[in-house]
Design a protein around this ligand. Sequence first.
Ligand code: AHR
Length: 503
Amino acid sequence: MIDTNQIQGTISPYLHGQFVEFLGHGITDGIWVGRESDIPNIDGLREGIVDALAKLAPPVVRWPGGCYADTYHWRDGIGKPENRPTTYNENFGTYEQDQHQFGTDEFMHFCELIGAEPWLNINLLSGSVQEMKEWMEYCNRKETTSLSNERKANGHPEPYNVQFWEIGNEAWAGGGFMTPQDYVRKYRQYSSAMPTFKQNIFDKSKIYKIASGPDGNKPLERINWTRDLLNEISKYRQPEINALDLHFYNWNLDSDTDMPTSFQEDDWYRVIKGARELALVIAEQKQLIKDGLEKMPVPESSMDQQLQKIDLIVGEWGIWHKASFMAKPALLQQVTMRDAIATAISLNILQENCENVSMACVAQTVNVLNSLIITDQDKTVLTPNFDVFMMYKKFQGSRLVQYQTREKNQFVDIFAAIQDEILTVCLINSHINSKQVVQVDFQHLAKGIFAERLVADDVTDYNSAEHPNTVRTKQISFTDKISTMKEFDLPAASINIFQFKLI
Ligand code: AHR
């Protein structure tokens, strides 16, 4: 039954965020081709990517990492391109020189062109409080200062007004192998030194401070990151933490023969099962945050009341195939229907948790892991994941309703939301080779008005430079009567969106 009277929250566009990093060909040769390149570009940004992402209009993009954030010095990436230093990046086998042609101003330009808000990640490991402060001043200071003048001289008179700032990345691993206690001590220093950019004391604008959250599905031995971090911050005056950034990778590491474009049935189901773990991880983290906040001492002043809420963000999520560790460029993996279905299931889970998760970024947008876009020389190829995000765009801003199929079917995931009397229903058939037929009762009379489907001839099919549209969403003809019961015939391994007008 789809019960449109049972509204369960509103689906924030921020759940469809993106993540780009100087890793493999994520930026170099991916997003960034350079102003002198023969590849069509807009001020050095690959036109094919800008055009595709402008259509998708992601709400937010996180940069410069990831792990790279903890080696990144923002000053390397501003000013005249020819004066920028060259540094070396070993992260995840990137083994490449960064000539820093894509820096803060180029990233902001990219965000403007695709209609996204920027999320900047501060270097906690090899940076300093002063460096963070200066980066923030460069980006956001409206008043005339040496740093805002420098931004103006670099062509940007108006401040960028970056709202989202994360302090460190994966502090429990490559971000310093810190204990929650170490991290909270450093976080306090960075957080208290952050400028507010307020115009007066009543100014409500705010910097949204994000703390390094846990590794969702690989709990650390002896350390429960979220529990111990909240316990630590409760000991003294609380630092402001607006959100914890949980990272969730769907690790596909159990088989040496499983390749991104060649796999067996059990490999298929392992990845699908892995995607579903995200629901458990979110539930666990929400409970840990709730328990931690309940144990906090009662705030002494009303000014501190606002600190009693910490959002959960999933700042990196996606499928990580074992073969990608050996890939050249680093962490490049092809995307088949298996990845697309796991991606759609993940988006369902994030949207079902729209009351529990405030923002999420897929890892990563271009040429790295669970990509939406893969480039090959001058070609820009949209993967099936791009189609999934385009299909799910229909859910942005709509209200989640209660739903279930008439009979429980372990292979069929259903998701439904309503906006302006249009009900959008997504049905995923994750059976690798058999179609599923499901019936869904509607609480109101409804008439189908639109349907589209993502399905491949073979589950290992993918899009390439030679065959860029092998796996592409197709609108399907859909003749539907006004009724309260609908039957759906779902091809094997397919993602299906249906829209209904409520009568
Ligand atoms: O997305 C690739 C890497 O995975 C990121 O740099 C890091 O944060 C995570 O471990």
